[in-house]
Design a protein around this ligand. Structure first.
Ligand code: GLA
Length: 382
């Protein structure tokens, strides 16, 4: 794909591009915890957005997307959102300049990739991270990877309308081959945890139900968590986020908090705790124990946080009874996208065949299945 996009760029723009590869992510545990200042456990994957990019002699960004078979140009000082994928480019262009200095010129770029759009592997975060990284290189803007992650997040908030946390952008920029990242979304401290289980595979099964984060229930969940914090502050004034609450404290005020808000908070508080226990289990190489936590996360996301859907629930219910499966759950924002499954190497082929045929039988659609590798974060390819 790298050579294809390089060639395409040369033909279209008659010059040499810089090539950037920006990965999507998986997340093993810690879902909907990032915007609650909690912990997450993602890793960058071997599915990526590729950008071929170079400066031009105009004041315009000229972009071509292979995925959407569509071109788009906009002046570099645009601050107005447009539609769809274009907003990621407009937002990142805007914030990189706002944080540094106005660019001396525009850029030409071609975007390609193999991250399924809407599949819950963070293709949008990969695009923002890769494009921000490219601008940083081309204009020697001097931004750190953390600043680039924050720019991606700001773009989602203000140009796309999804009030996402920082996990996806961080994973894409900070990924390390063979390692998960235990990220504290409050302090931004992070630790690489080797995921060294050669006899196990991380398998994603795509429901093919596309999720759409902006304008969806995602923002509602975030508001509900904030409402929970507001209520809990009446009893515990020092509480800043759900990160600061123990399950005991929450239970004590069960009757003071509206039922639905209580359920949302309970899930988040327990999920943070699960993540910390999960990391300890990984260190002890206890995959069955870790897998049990994944199932519990799914139950919480299904019944308490209510971000699952029938297709995701079906896949997890099926996986639970298949040989060699240690754990399974929905992954990412929810309402579609993928399940993440931890499966022994020897059972992986049978798992893939069986889960596909059962899903097809139940929903009449063939799911896509991906055997993931944990890879490095955003980088330039020469
Ligand atoms: C989406 C968001 C992330 C995170 C997950 C849920 O992927 O972009 O910030 O909140 O959902 O864990």
């Amino acid at each position: 794909m790298v050579e294809k996009i390089r060639e395409q760029f040369r033909e279209r723009f008659r010059k040499e591009p810089l090539i950037i590869a920006a990965p999507g992510r998986v997340n093993l545990l810690g879902e909907h915890t990032d915007y609650n200042q909690g912990f997450v456990l993602p890793g960058a994957i071997d599915k990526r957005i590729y950008l071929a990019i170079a400066r031009n002699d105009s004041r315009t960004v000229n972009a071509w997307s292979n995925e959407f078979d569509e071109s788009f140009s906009f002046p570099i000082d645009t601050a107005q959102p447009d539609k769809g994928w274009k907003n990621y480019l407009i937002g990142v262009t805007y914030y990189v300049q706002q944080r540094t200095a106005p660019f001396a010129s525009g850029v030409d770029l071609i975007i390609d990739g193999d991250i399924p759009v809407g599949g819950g592997m963070s293709s949008s975060a990969a695009l923002c991270s890769g494009y921000g990284f490219a601008l940083n290189e081309l204009f020697s803007a001097g931004l750190t990877r953390l600043e680039l992650a924050q720019i991606g997040q700001l773009t989602e908030h203000h140009f796309v309308g999804a009030r996402v946390g920082i996990m996806d952008q961080f994973a894409s920029l900070y990924g390390k081959a063979g390692c998960l990242i235990r990220l504290d979304c409050r302090s931004m401290d992070h630790e690489y945890i080797p995921f060294d289980f050669p006899d196990h595979r991380i398998i994603l099964v795509n429901t093919m139900v596309k999720h759409e984060l902006s304008g969806s229930e995602y923002n509602v969940r975030r508001q509900q968590c904030e409402a929970g914090v507001g209520k809990l502050q009446e009893y515990y004034p020092s509480v800043v986020s759900l990160r600061d609450i123990s399950i005991g404290q929450l239970e004590k005020h069960m009757m003071d908090i509206p039922e639905i808000i209580y359920q949302r908070c309970k899930y988040v508080v327990e999920e943070n705790d699960r993540l910390l226990r999960g990391c300890a289990l990984l260190e002890q190489s206890d995959l069955p124990g870790f897998g049990r936590l994944m199932y519990r996360t799914h139950e919480g996301l299904r019944h308490e946080y209510e971000v699952s859907c029938a297709e995701l629930d079906f896949l997890v219910d099926q996986a639970k009874h298949m040989p060699g499966v240690k754990g399974a759950r929905m992954m990412g924002g929810g309402f579609g996208g993928c399940t993440i499954n931890l499966v022994s190497q020897e059972a992986a082929a049978q798992f893939t065949t069986d889960i596909c045929s059962r899903y097809e039988e139940a929903f009449g659609i063939s799911p896509q299945v991906y055997l993931m590798q944990i890879e490095d974060g955003v980088k330039a390819i020469y």
